[in-house]
Design a protein around this ligand. Structure first.
Ligand code: NAD
Length: 457
C-alpha cells in the first residue's frame, strides 16, 4: 500500500520504517531539512534500538523515502498519517498548530480519495477540526474530492518502539459510521492485517473514544507512578520500605506489578503533556479532573526529591561541593531529554553552588543541546557541568553520586572502584537500583526513594 507519514520524529519514523518493513511503499515528510538530510545520507536522528537497521534496509530497497516536498508527499499516499508533535500550549492544552498545518497541506494538494489518520496524540474533537481544515482547503479549490479522518493513536514506548510497533498489545482505530468512514475502515483493516495474524488486536470504536483512549492510558500510567511516589515519600518518614510495599500490592492481580516503581519523577514527551492536556480538555467542559491535577503536582514535586535529599545531607549551600550524576535521559534506551528529571536536578545543584560531572550512555549530545536552553538565562553556569565519556570518570572526587536514569549499565557497578574514585561513598539512588542492606555491606551511605531511613556505611 502507498503510505505517507507527515512528521518524521520518534513516532513517524518508527511507523514509516515498520510499515515499509512489511512491504508498504512509504514516503516520510518532515519540515526539518536537517533531519531529512541526516536520513537521506544514511544516518538516523534518534537513538532507538533496532531502528537504524530497518531504516537502512528499507531505504536501500526503495520502499522508504524521506523528503521535505509537501506536494509530492500528499500525492503519494492513499493513507496519510499525521505524526507531528502536539506540544503543550502555554495553558497546558495540546497545541494543534502542527497537526492543522499538516491537514491544511493535505487539503491543498490531495488529488484523490485519502484516509487521513491522526496518529499524534490529540484531544477529543481534533478529528473534526482536521476534517474542517481539509474541507476548507478543498472548498477554496472548488473540489469535492472525498476523504475520511480516522483516529489511530500510537502506544509505542521510546526505547522499545520498534518492538512495540511490530508486536502491539492492541491497535485502536476510531472510524466514522459514514460511507467514507467504511471505506477508511477497509483500508485500515488491510494495512494492519499483518499485525493481526496471531489474533485480532484491533479495537474498533468511534473517533472520539479512540482519541480519548490514548489520554486515558497515559493518565492511568502517570497516576500509578505518582501514587507510588507519594507513598514512597511517606514510607521514608514512617520507616517502611516502598519496594516491599510494591511487592506486597503488586502480587494482587487486581493491581499487578507494572508501573509501580517509585523514583525521582516521570518525564518524556508524553506523560507530562498528556496529563496536562486532559486536565485542560476537562476545564473546557467546565469539569475538573482532581486526580490528574494531583498526579501532575506530585510529579513536579518528585523531580526535586533528589535535590532535597542531597541538601538534607550536605546543607542548603553546596558551594565547594562536587557531584556526579549517572543517567540523564528521561528513561533508559533513549536519548530523549524532554521533561527529564535530570534537568531539574542539574539546575538545582548548579544554582546552589555545586559543580557536577555527568554521564549518560547515549544522551550526552542531546543533554548539551537542552542544557544550553535551560541555562540560557544564566550565562557561564554550564561551565559548572562537566560531560564525561565514562561512568567511572564522572565519579572522580565527587562528594556523592546521584542516579537519575535506570540504565542497565549502572545496575552492577564495581563498588570498590566507585569507592576509590568518590571523595566519600555516598549514593542517592533516584531509581532504587540497589538494596539498602547490600549497599551498607559494600560500605556505602545509601539514600533510595522510599527505602526508609538512610543506611549509613
Ligand atoms: P517529534 O517531535 O519527535 O516529531 C515530530 C516531527 O514532526 C518533527 O520532526 C517535526 O519537524 C515534524 N513536523 C512538524 N510540523 C510538521 C509539518 N507541518 N509537516 C511535516 N512535519 C512536521 O514528536 P514525537 O515524539 O514523534 O511525537 C509525535 C506525536 O506522537 C505527539 O502527538 C506525541 O504525543 C505522540 N506520541 C509520542 C510517543 C513517543 O514516545 N514519542 C508515543 C506515542 C505517541
Amino acid at each position: 500500500m502507498k503510505i505517507t507519514i507527515i512528521g518524521t520524529g520518534y513516532v513517524g519514523l518508527v511507523t514509516g520504517a515498520c510499515l515499509a518493513e512489511l512491504g508498504n511503499n512509504v514516503f516520510c515528510l518532515d519540515v526539518d531539512q536537517r533531519k531529512i538530510d541526516v536520513l537521506n545520507s544514511g544516518g538516523i536522528p534518534i537513538h532507538e534500538p533496532g531502528l537504524a537497521e530497518i531504516v537502512s534496509r528499507n531505504r536501500a530497497s526503495g520502499r522508504l523515502k524521506f523528503s521535505t516536498n509537501v506536494e509530492e508527499s500528499v500525492a503519494h499516499g492513499d493513507i496519510q498519517f499525521i505524526a507531528v508533535g502536539t506540544p503543550p500550549d502555554e495553558d497546558g492544552s495540546a497545541d494543534l498548530k502542527y497537526v492543522l498545518a499538516a491537514a491544511r497541506n493535505i487539503g491543498k494538494y490531495m488529488n484523490g480519495y485519502k484516509v487521513v489518520v491522526d496518529k499524534s496524540t490529540v484531544p477529543v474533537g481534533t478529528a473534526d477540526k482536521v476534517k474542517g481544515v481539509i474541507s476548507e482547503e478543498l472548498r477554496a479549490r472548488g473540489s469535492d474530492i472525498k476523504f475520511s479522518v480516522v483516529s489511530n493513536p500510537e502506544f509505542l514506548k521510546e526505547g522499545a518502539a520498534v518492538e512495540d510497533f511490530m508486536r502491539p498489545d492492541r491497535i485502536v482505530i476510531g472510524c466514522d459510521e459514514t460511507p467514507t468512514g467504511e471505506q477508511a475502515r477497509e483500508l485500515m483493516r488491510k494495512l494492519y492485517k499483518p499485525f493481526n495474524r496471531n489474533h485480532e488486536r484491533t479495537l474498533w470504536m468511534d473517533v472520539r473514544s479512540a482519541e480519548f483512549t490514548k489520554y486515558a492510558a497515559n493518565a492511568m500510567l502517570a497516576t500509578r507512578i505518582s501514587f507510588m511516589n507519594e507513598l514512597a515519600n511517606l514510607a521514608d518518614h514512617v520507616g517502611a520500605d516502598i519496594e516491599a510495599v510494591r511487592h506486597g500490592i503488586g502480587s494482587d492481580p487486581r493491581i499487578g506489578y507494572s508501573f509501580l516503581y517509585a523514583g525521582c519523577g516521570y518525564g518524556g514527551s508524553c506523560f507530562p503533556k498528556d496529563v496536562q492536556a486532559l486536565e485542560r480538555t476537562a476545564r473546557e467542559y467546565d469539569q475538573e479532573l482532581l486526580i490528574l491535577r494531583a498526579v501532575e503536582a506530585v510529579n513536579n514535586r518528585q523531580k526535586h526529591v533528589l535535590g532535597k535529599k542531597i541538601t538534607a545531607r550536605f546543607g542548603a549551600d553546596l558551594k565547594g561541593r562536587h557531584f556526579a550524576v549517572w543517567g540523564l535521559a528521561f528513561k533508559p534506551n533513549t536519548d530523549d531529554m524532554r521533561e527529564a528529571s535530570s534537568r531539574v536536578l542539574l539546575r538545582e545543584l548548579v544554582e546552589k553552588g555545586a559543580t557536577v560531572a555527568v554521564y549518560d550512555p547515549v544522551a550526552m549530545a542531546e543533554t548539551k543541546r537542552v542544557l544550553e536552553l535551560d541555562f540560557a538565562d544564566k550565562p557561564g553556569a554550564l561551565q559548572h557541568i562537566r560531560f564525561c565519556d565514562a561512568p567511572m570518570e564522572a565519579l572522580r572526587d565527587a562528594d556523592a553520586v546521584a542516579i537519575v536514569t535506570e540504565w542497565k549499565t549502572f545496575r552492577s557497578p564495581d563498588f570498590d572502584q566507585m569507592k576509590s574514585l568518590l571523595k566519600q561513598p555516598v549514593i542517592f539512588d533516584g531509581r532504587n537500583l540497589f538494596e539498602p542492606e547490600v549497599m551498607s555491606e559494600v560500605g556505602f551511605e545509601y539514600y533510595g526513594i522510599g527505602r526508609s531511613v538512610p543506611v549509613s556505611a
